[in-house]
Design a protein around this ligand. Sequence first.
Ligand code: CDP
Length: 219
Amino acid sequence: MKAPVIAIDGPSASGKGTIAKRVASALGCHYLESGALYRLVALIALRQELMEETSIATAAAGMDVYFQGDEIFLEDQEVSLHIRNEDVGKRASEVARMPEVRKALLERQRAYRQPPGLVADGRDMATVVFPDAELKIFLTASPEVRAQRRYKQLIEKGIAANLAALSRDLAERDARDANRAVAPLVPAPDSQVLDSSALSVEAVADRILESWKSIGGHG
Ligand code: CDP
């Protein structure tokens, strides 16, 4: 039997990461932040000035990555903060349009599905990576709320940010993620859509945990 999966997808800065982490820890499950993998590929592409899809996909397939709590290591170098920069996020959404890159990351993502279960967040967790996930959530929030959240998040990390520029970047990234040919950002037909604009982190996490219990999930 495969370990159960809770898939949480949604647009940039909708709060997926915070919520997914909280749900994973409440259930004692593993956690996969798939966006971090795309950001790592973007970081490599920026550093090595890779432009071609095939060479970026080769780098994605071969990259040596590990996660330790909130820390992320690439080839033994801690890059947790580097990958949060908006230029890396922007490049991530560009490399994420490349079918070969998505293919190169597919099995790596599926390998996180281990007992007792996995909470995975991203854009295509419910549609492509774990189409048989037991629970599928599509988390949204208004563009204004998302820009504010991202601004706060960056400032708290000590990364300089500008609200107007962030709003523009988010809108651009949303459009690119939603309109790409492969694995576009859309809710799966069986996803529960949850608008978190007016909800606290606790309230959103509680709703997901309730849904999980209502379908007989453990925890
Ligand atoms: O932090 P934010 O929500 O803006 O983005 P992220 O989750 O860190 O992902 C960065 C970029 O990777 C996104 O803009 C997507 O283009 C891409 N991505 C994807 O295509 N598929 C995923 N499962 C996760 C991220």
